[in-house]
Ligand binder design. Structure first.
Ligand code: GLN
Length: 487
């Protein structure tokens, strides 16, 4: 098998040098070998994938061009609706549900020649940072199977990190693409709010949710975002503009760009993570960027604001799981007890915690003190970013304050789990794009991710800097630093 990248595979398939069927077979065999340990997938569709790949090969033999992702295997987070596969959001309440329609991103993948391989594990309804909140068992980190992959899109991150598939989609409400990307050592991108249609994404917190790519390289992530981005009439918050052109920006470098390293987001990071962020800053400076430390004090209030707003929206969004319209029903003598018994049995502990938090924050008497106050903080965060982006093109920070933590280690203490997203949440509150790029390792060889943030619609500048970091990354791993120290 040649290079396992989306760009190389689609090129080969379109040129007739590779067969989509062989790529699909290889993918399925990698999953069969590795997934029993990793548990990245909740559902794999071998028959559908092979049939689809065969159709693509036939079309190519006839001289047709199926599109930019011809024959590329893609994994989907299990909160993206697929009409031909179950969609559970890793919740018992949706066990066995098969949606009657495809999410817009799924349709766009199909239109571009991609081969959907299956659905990936996640924290239930995307609530969590470790993929341990799945109703169907945890996912393991391929770098150390005793550790979490991050979350909530842990299955998608692992599917790419373990080279099971070259591309995967996740969703990011407070960091659920970037944080698992960081912990698994892959590229993960949260686009500008409204850049990618949310139609067919099972809603968690609708004002924050965005779908985005996982890939092993910046170029692969860029092409996947180009394919899924763009206006969609089915999502009223979809931006009415051309999808961004990213792939052709990757070689432009960072000469003359201004980059701020956000001190509030570096505070509290593990020393090994902070070292890598400093090295990333140096790398950008060596490539011609003007890099300096900057302060956005209001960002320290992002986490508490998020943990009022996101649960408030979730409590409303999850009201639809009532035993009538979807999935699970626990029978009872009257409707009200059927509703409550279904929800009692169907939702996991973290989901119930969020529904209670959110309901409380929205309730009469507490609304002003909690929900409204959090909305005001959200505005201040937006203003804080706006001020910073008057001076800087990009901001840099850790993606996560730590590397991958041991399975089980944060389950007893929700707050320590919530703190995993302290660096990623601000961009969600502002609706801005942000991405995680693997940048070296800690002393145990676990991947470190650095985060690049940009103002709304700043994806093009962001990927330019990401490409510079990616090019330097291989020279700066923790292992290499130790080797150098020993010499
Ligand atoms: N970990 C955060 C939470 O549990 C973010 C989740 C996400 O982005 N979906 O809310």
């Amino acid at each position: 098998m040649g290079e396992w990248s989306a760009l190389a595979i689609s090129q080969g398939v379109r040129d007739g040098e590779l067969k989509a069927v062989e790529i699909a077979e290889e993918t399925l065999s990698r999953i069969e070998t590795n997934d029993p340990l990793l548990h990245a997938f909740l559902h794999v569709s071998p028959e559908l994938a092979l049939k689809r790949a065969a159709e693509l090969d036939e079309r190519i033999a006839k001289g047709e061009d199926p599109g930019r992702l011809s024959g590329v295997p893609v994994a989907l987070k299990d909160n993206l609706c697929t009409r031909d596969m179950p969609t559970t959001a890793a919740s018992a309440i949706l066990d066995g549900w098969i949606p009657p329609y495809d999410a817009t991103v799924v349709s766009r993948l199909k239109e571009s020649g991609a081969v959907i391989i299956g659905k990936t594990n996640m924290d239930e309804f995307a609530m969590g940072s470790s993929t341990e909140n799945s109703a169907f068992g945890a996912t393991r980190n391929p770098h150390d199977p005793a550790r979490v992959p991050g979350g909530s899109s842990g299955g998608s991150a692992v599917a790419v990190a373990a080279s099971l598939v070259p591309l995967a989609l996740g969703s990011d409400t407070g960091g659920s693409i970037r944080q698992p990307a960081a912990l698994c050592g892959v590229v993960g991108m949260k686009p500008t709010y409204g850049m990618v249609s949310r139609y067919g994404l099972i809603a968690f917190a609708s004002s924050l949710d965005q779908i985005g790519p996982f890939a092993a390289t910046v170029a692969d992530a860029a092409v996947l975002l180009e394919v899924i981005a763009g206006h969609d009439g089915y999502d009223s918050t979809s931006l009415d503009r051309q999808p961004p052109s990213l792939l052709d920006q990757l070689d432009r470098g960072v000469d003359g760009l201004k980059v701020g390293v956000v001190s509030e987001l570096l505070e509290g990071a593990d020393p090994a993570v902070a070292v890598q962020v400093r090295l990333a800053a140096e790398t950008l400076a060596n490539a011609g960027a003007l890099v300096e430390d900057t302060s956005i004090p209001v960002l320290t209030y992002s986490l508490p604001a998020y943990y009022l707003l996101a649960p408030a929206e979730a409590s409303s969004n999850l009201a639809r799981y009532d035993g009538v319209r979807y999935g699970l029903r626990v029978d009872a003598p009257d409707v009200e007890s059927m509703n409550s018994r279904t929800r009692e049995k169907g939702f996991g502990a973290e989901v119930k915690r969020r529904i209670m938090l959110g309901t409380y924050a929205l309730s009469a008497g507490y609304y002003d003190a909690f929900y409204l106050q959090a909305q005001k903080v959200r505005t201040l965060v937006i203003n804080g970013f706006s001020a910073a982006y008057e001076s800087y093109d990009l901001l840099l920070s850790p993606t996560s304050p730590t590397t991958a933590f041991p399975l089980g280690s944060r389950l007893a203490d929700p707050l320590s789990m919530y703190l995993s997203d302290i660096c990623t949440i601000p961009s969600n509150l502002a609706g801005h794009p942000a991405m995680s790029i693997p940048f070296g390792t800690d002393d145990d060889g676990l991947p470190v991710g650095v985060q690049l943030m940009a103002p709304a619609l700043g994806e093009a500048v962001m990927v330019r800097a990401a490409a510079v970091l990616e090019a330097a990354e291989s020279h700066l791993s923790g292992q290499q630093r130790r080797d150098e120290d020993e010499q």
